[in-house]
Ligand binder design. Structure first.
Ligand code: FAD
Ligand code: NAI
Length: 479
């Protein structure tokens, strides 16, 4: 029986990073992956293809609307959707091949098949392809097992995702034609990112959201501004509404819209109670994925949301079995899964692996981007923490003005007594890259004053971060 120090089940950002770090630390590592390619949700059907489509559709939109005023005359841009999807597929291909290369480089053995934990230290792999043929079973063993099986799409009651007209994010990343009318259920990250893609390519987009706000969890002021900017781009929102039924029997989909039961009547007065669409994207969240893993056999119970409970060292209730990434509690983000992958590998090697959950950046890749790290104003108020706010708009940033991309602002929240940075929220062009500076500052326990006294290159967008830090002490220069 093949024997290892560590078996990782799942090759997403949590699993593949964990395997590489463990191999670097001298362990003999095996990865079990049920899909044909490595990289999990993120590389195959998540972060990477969505960002490729966001990038391409944004360039298409710019070519149609922004090039002219910069003196670049190209006429109306023509869309070749097939070529754009190929561009996206190439991005995925390059990335998944990169993971396969890293596995070889680090001498990590791979098993293509569904992994099932049959006993402590033992994983049975049912081949999904390979020389022995699909269905062949092999058992492998190791001192430690890391579950990194990720998450799956959350289903909407009574609505079957057929992958053609009613799609999840996976289907929405590969539509063969631009839908005339796209209904998006859920104003979360996927709804807004993929809604933006198809809006830019020509769809009429209506987003139906259960709550009375978009982007739950994001700082209120930032979410409100995001909604305004997306509305300006032509995305329509129906808040405090739910899709009670979705009829796909006719040539057009018919969604029955109702107020959520708890706040009947709120927010929808006078609005049509049905919406017709050609395609519906269901994006109401994701759920942990543990199907067929055999957790009951080894005594790992799930929490009330289907997640695998772990202690601060990522250990489950079963000895020698650990879990990381989307399958455990916390934000379902690739970089959070990666940090946990590194931490658990280091813990298994006897080192002090650790994840600082107070400093996990969050980026929404709409246009403009929305990025944050640390606490929102609402969270600080709820915790009774007194804080100062420093805000600086991109309209006052010279580089943003030069680029004529002045939407948005930087907001820094700092402890009123100590000036320590507690949260940074950015809405604006390139916010996703800018938030890294804030994360480093917070990781080092910086005060707003530290950012304010750091020389920032001119003219750059991050000068707005410095100005927001100065504004915490009411001494912004360019405003
Ligand atoms: P996953 O990436 O889900 O990987 C789990 C792997 O385990 C899969 O390959 C699966 O096939 C395999 N597996 C499951 N069960 C078994 C089994 N029994 N045996 C063998 N293999 C098994 N996050 C970001 O940070 N930034 C983004 O921009 C971003 N964009 C996203 C866009 C979309 C459309 C979606 C859907 C998600 C996005 N995410 C993004 C979230 C991100 O993809 C996840 O947080 C991340 O992939 C979680 O990593 P993971 O390793 O925990 O699990
Ligand atoms: P989400 O949790 O971000 O948003 C789901 C939205 O759907 C919420 O606003 C919720 O209130 C709403 N909702 C729930 N039930 C509803 C109903 N019945 N009718 C109408 N609205 C309803 O989930 P989403 O967008 O599906 O994304 C899943 C996860 O994937 C995210 O939480 C995030 O962790 C990850 N992701 C991250 C990205 C990034 O980092 N840029 C990009 C895409 C996904």
């Amino acid at each position: 029986m093949p024997t290892y120090d560590l078996i990782v089940i799942g090759s997403g950002p949590g699993g593949y990073v964990c395997a590489i770090r463990a191999a670097q630390l001298g362990m003999k590592v095996a990865v079990v992956e049920k899909e044909k390619t490595f990289g999990g949700t993120c590389l195959n059907i998540g972060c990477i293809p969505s960002k490729a489509m966001l990038h391409a559709s944004e360039r298409f939109d710019e070519a149609g609307h922004a090039f002219g005023k910069m003196g670049i005359g190209i006429g109306a841009p023509a869309l070749d959707l097939g070529a754009m999807l190929k561009f996206k597929d190439e991005a995925v291909d390059g990335n998944v091949k990169g993971v396969a290369f890293l596995f070889r480089k680090n001498k990590i053995e791979t098993h293509t098949g569904v992994g099932r934990i049959v006993a402590p230290g033992k994983v049975e792999v049912t081949a999904t392809n390979g020389a022995g043929g699909a269905g062949t079973k092999t058992t492998i063993e190791a001192k430690a097992i890391v579950i990194a099986t990720g998450s799956d799409v959350a289903r909407l009651n009574g609505v079957a995702i057929d992958g053609k007209r009613i799609v999840s994010s996976t289907g929405a990343l590969s539509l063969k034609t631009v839908p005339k009318r796209l209904l998006v259920v859920g104003a979360g990250v996927i709804g807004l990112e993929l809604g933006s893609v198809w809006r830019r390519l020509g769809s009429e987009v209506v987003v139906v959201e259960f709550l009375d706000r978009i982007l739950p969890g994001v700082d209120n002021e930032v979410a409100r501004q995001t909604q305004r900017l997306l509305e300006r781009q032509g995305i329509a929102f129906r808040l405090a509404s739910k899709v009670a039924a979705l009829d796909s029997s006719g040539p057009a989909l018919k969604a029955k819209i109702e107020p959520p039961a708890a706040s009947a009547g709120a927010g929808t007065a006078g609005a049509a109670n049905s919406i017709e669409a050609d395609i519906a994207l269901v994006a109401i969240g994701r759920v942990p994925y543990t199907e067929g893993l055999g957790l009951e056999t080894v005594g790992v119970k799930l929490d009330n949301r289907g997640r695998v409970p772990v202690d601060p060292h990522f250990a489950t209730s079963a000895s020698g079995i650990y879990a990381i990434g989307d399958v455990i509690a916390g934000p379902m983000l690739a970089h959070k899964a990666e940090e946990e992958g590194v931490a658990v590998a280091e813990i298994l090697a006897g080192k002090a692996g650790h994840v600082n959950y107070d400093v996990i950046p969050n980026v929404i890749y709409t246009s403009p981007e929305v990025a944050s790290v640390g606490k929102s104003e609402e969270e600080l108020k709820a915790a009774g923490i007194v804080f100062n706010v420093g805000k600086f708009p991109f309209t006052a940033n010279p580089r943003a003005r030069a680029n004529q991309q002045t939407d948005g602002f930087v907001k820094i929240l700092a402890d009123a007594k100590t000036d320590r940075v507690l949260g940074v929220h950015i809405i604006g062009s390139d916010a996703g890259n800018m938030i890294a500076e804030a994360a480093i500052a917070m990781e080092f326990g910086a005060a707003a004053e530290d950012i304010a006294r750091t020389c920032h290159a001119h003219p750059t967008l991050p000068e707005a971060v410095k100005e927001a830090a100065l504004a915490v002490d009411k001494r912004a220069i360019n405003m």
